[in-house]
Write a new protein. Structure first.
Ligand code: ZN
Length: 328
């Protein structure tokens, strides 16, 4: 059986922990999943829901087509609740909780263990938090609450103290690349797929969500940045405009520069190819490594980092990028 097909990668070690908790009947009633955005917290929470309710007892990490697993996958299981901030709101509105809490007091319709997932619980403010707290304190025995956050410091203390904490760490490049290959298997039959998956995995720093956001097409874009900004003798105005038009685009652009020049520095120090992110540009990395001194490279990297900081502080990115081009 294929692993994880059609599923974002779930964190197998965490699932196995839930499997043991379930087997030994030591499952607590509320867990707080803590880890960076896009790491797979919600997907793992859904996998926990599948695991606790699977009708075939399918082993952890394998796909299952039992009615319960299928309904959870399709988002139409009557006992699975998913609360998250609506896009047009800045916090999770209290009404969303009121509605769900009422239903949580009744017996589940068909689940062995009903699961209520609250995503980005740091976006819950005090009023909604207080409404929710009562459920957190006294849920029914057949109800499991899973809350997620990427900023645990911003979660109401009263909420944190009522949950068991579960930490999520970035996937290794290999794990993420393997998953990306399955993910893109059907849509791309091009050769070199494996190498592309590895580059995308490295650019995504262990976050499947980030990898999906960037997408394989980003590899072409990042090479365009390398060609038109780093290797081109002059900076075209249209190019400068398009990459500094908004913060997100500028941040992605600077990240390509940063990873590329870090790679140049690695090549300069004679470090192995396995560590390189832009392995598809090995020839150019080598060329640039012989052009710059270590001090030059340190200066360029420092300038890129300072431009990145500038984005956060709303400074003029266009000016910073123009200065940067003069250094390169
Ligand atoms: Zn199943």
């Amino acid at each position: 059986m294929k692993k994880f097909e059609n599923h974002p990668p779930v964190h197998t070690a965490i699932l196995e922990r839930f499997y043991r908790l379930k087997s030994s009947k030591r499952l607590a009633h509320a867990y707080l999943f803590i880890g960076p955005k896009g790491i797979g917290k919600s997907e793992t929470a859904l996998a926990v829901a599948r695991l606790l309710n699977c009708e075939k007892e399918t082993p952890v990490g394998e796909a299952c087509d039992c009615p319960s697993c299928r309904k959870i996958d399709c988002g139409n299981h009557p006992d699975m609740y998913r609360i998250k901030r609506p896009e047009d709101k800045s916090t999770i509105p209290v009404e969303l909780f009121r509605d769900v809490i009422e239903r949580l007091q009744l017996r589940p319709i068909e689940a062995r263990v009903r699961v209520c997932l609250v995503e980005d619980v740091d976006e819950v403010r005090a009023e909604a938090g207080n409404v929710f707290l009562k459920t957190l304190e006294e849920p029914r025995a057949d109800t499991l609450l899973i809350l997620t956050t990427s900023v645990p410091e911003a979660v109401l203390k009263t909420v944190v103290s009522r949950c068991h904490q579960v930490f999520f760490f970035p996937l290794s490049d290999r794990e993420l690349a393997d998953w990306l290959q399955i993910e893109y298997h059907e849509s791309s039959s091009e050769a070199g797929e494996a190498a592309k998956a590895v580059i995308l995995a490295k650019l995504s720093r262990g976050s499947p969500g980030r990898a999906k956001d960037l997408g394989l097409e980003f590899l072409q874009e990042k090479n365009e940045i390398i060609d038109c900004f780093i290797l081109s003798p002059r900076l075209e105005d249209a190019f400068l405009k398009s990459y500094t038009s908004d913060k997100e685009t500028a941040r992605k652009f600077l990240e390509v520069l940063l990873t590329f020049f870090r790679d140049v520095a690695l090549v300069k120090r004679g470090l192995g190819e396995a560590a390189l992110i832009h392995a598809d540009r090995a020839g150019d990395l080598k060329k640039l490594a012989s052009r710059y001194t270590e001090a030059d490279l340190a200066g360029i990297v420092a300038e890129i980092v300072s431009a990145m900081r500038g984005i956060k502080e709303n400074m003029n990115v266009k000016v910073a990028v123009t200065l940067l081009k003069e250094m390169i």
